[in-house]
Design a protein around this ligand. Sequence first.
Ligand code: SF4
Length: 368
Amino acid sequence: MTEVNKILTKENFSNEDLEFLLGLQGSEKTLLFEHSAKIKEKYVGNRVYFRGLIEFSNICSKNCLYCGIRHDNQFVNRYRLTDAEVLSAARFADENNYGSLVLQSGELETGSFIKRVEKLLLEIHKITGNRLRITLSCGEQEKDTYRRWFDSGAHRYLLRIEASDQELYEKLHPYDGRHMFQRRRNCLNTLQEIGYQVGTGVMIGLPFQTLKNMANDLMFLKEFEIDMVGMGPYLVHKNTPMFALRDKLLPLEDRLQLSFKMIAILRILMKDVNIAATTALQAIDQLGREKAIKIGANVIMPNITPGKYRDDYLLYQNKPCTDENADDCKTCLEVRVALTDNEIAYGEWGDSEHFRSRIKSATDSRVK
Ligand code: SF4
């Protein structure tokens, strides 16, 4: 039996095993992808869940060194969707049977922002008859805020750790007391304690990042018992401090292939989690998201933000589909998913199976 086959048949993986798998090339890499595709089919089926994405504001108080909408980027047209625009996008998701939506924004901790999100959650549930699952992606917040939003009907929360290694994390963020690794980790714990389905993810192919870091990222996701994962290649934005490091990056194709390997290995490690096929994959390869679905991803996020704002939510450059409207995006994704021999699970919430079993085992152990 070859080394790859030996590792793939193991029950548990060591960090060294993961690092070995991340280094696979050629026919051995194909073996990995075939194996992860089978695991996907067996545990989550060949179904893809839609999450209608509403990027409701690009105003952010933070300054992550890689991000195109960081506070200090003076070249961004700042916007905030009106309540009517958010509600109309939510209605579109409901009428088109998406089952779920994601409200995403830059990070603000002001009282008015917190209240607005709360109000939007309540309004969306009201106008859609509670038919949608709502995910929030609004950054680090106090426990009380997370609790208020949960009580107003947010069921899931996405907060990307971006790099699970503290040293690497600190290279990606300013050292100003407002971008603390420990706070990010604490927020993830708090979200779990409150009862959210929790999602996180990392960037792949960062400067200074090693295969060992990526293997540790995968182990972090597993040990943290994460329910949902969104990860993709790191892509530069010219108006960010990290643009200066662009010569230190791996070629785009290598970052893409590493991203596919991360997705495939994660599917093998965490068989029942939800994994997103992120838009960043498509920024490198026209068929990037389809390829990710084939080897392990089972979630896709059609953008339903009104088209006129999309050019202003550029976390990285060459973001695809910014010139489309919600209808175009739906049609395009239907074709793309059909190409993968998967079907879109219209009208379903698509909760993470991992979340269900995590909650069940926590309840069982309390009863014992
Ligand atoms: S990554 Fe998020 S928190 Fe950081 S600057 Fe960008 S939008 Fe703000």
